[in-house]
Ligand binder design. Structure first.
Ligand SMILES: Cc1cc2nc3c(=O)[nH]c(=O)nc-3n(C[C@H](O)[C@H](O)[C@H](O)COP(=O)(O)O)c2cc1C
Length: 202
């Protein structure tokens, strides 16, 4: 069942699992604790993503709100993200191993693999009644030093996780953006056989 709020702005050409289209990235959170059971189910879902040679390059470094590490994580964010992240239940920095563990060779797909694991997490969050919001708006170099990320890992993104809050607690500018957005049509992203060739059924 697709959430009516999502249905207002998102439409599909072909049928899909409703949980996929119901994932979006709100910015209003209710300040609330997240239990290990809830949070670790999200990491568990990330763990089951596919990866090149099953190398599993993803790592997740987290801080729950009210934990001693929260301020270190929060202070990595740019001001734009700080204005809406303060009420999140957890912040997570996602890093990805650049080389294969077994032979040290560079992995051409580690970001692709780690991206798949983040999407698993985001989809699992929907099914647990939680919301996630990925961010590139933070200090990547500072994240590396503050969190002690080794050189063979690349810092990928941060995510805010929490319980969705009311829209009206956001600034007017953010309220205007607090709605599920749309996507390019399939005809623009799918090609039959050769770049630029449209598929007949689109
Ligand atoms: C890697 C990545 C970085 C992002 N960085 C930010 C960010 O710094 N601040 C922000 O408010 N949203 C950020 N977003 C959220 C995107 O704008 C959002 O995912 C996109 O507009 C699609 O909307 P949806 O997630 O609601 O479907 C980021 C998303 C991703 C995947």
């Amino acid at each position: 069942m697709i959430d009516p709020e999502v249905q207002k702005t998102r439409s599909m050409t072909f049928e899909i699992n409703p949980v996929i289209v119901s994932r979006w990235s709100p910015r209003s959170f209710v300040p609330s604790e997240i239990s290990d059971k809830e949070l670790f189910s999200l990491f568990e879902s990330a763990r089951w993503a596919p990866s090149s040679s099953n190398s599993q390059p993803w790592r997740f470094i987290y801080a729950k709100r009210d934990s001693p590490n929260w301020n270190d994580f929060f202070n990595l964010l740019i001001d734009f993200n700080k204005q809406w992240c303060a009420d999140a239940s957890a912040l997570v920095v996602i890093i990805s191993r650049k080389n294969f563990e077994n032979n040290g060779q560079p992995s051409l797909t580690h970001q692709f693999d780690t991206g798949a694991s983040w999407e698993n997490l985001a989809i699992q969050a929907v099914s647990q009644g939680l919301v996630t919001h990925a961010m590139a708006g933070f200090d990547y170099a500072k994240a590396r030093t503050t969190l002690g990320v080794p050189d063979d890992f690349e810092v990928m993104a941060m995510i805010a996780i929490g319980k969705r809050g009311p829209k009206d607690k956001l600034s007017p500018e953010l309220q205007a953006r607090e709605t599920p957005n749309t996507r390019k049509p399939l005809s623009e992203i799918v090609m039959d056989g050769k770049f630029g060739n449209k598929a007949k059924s689109l």
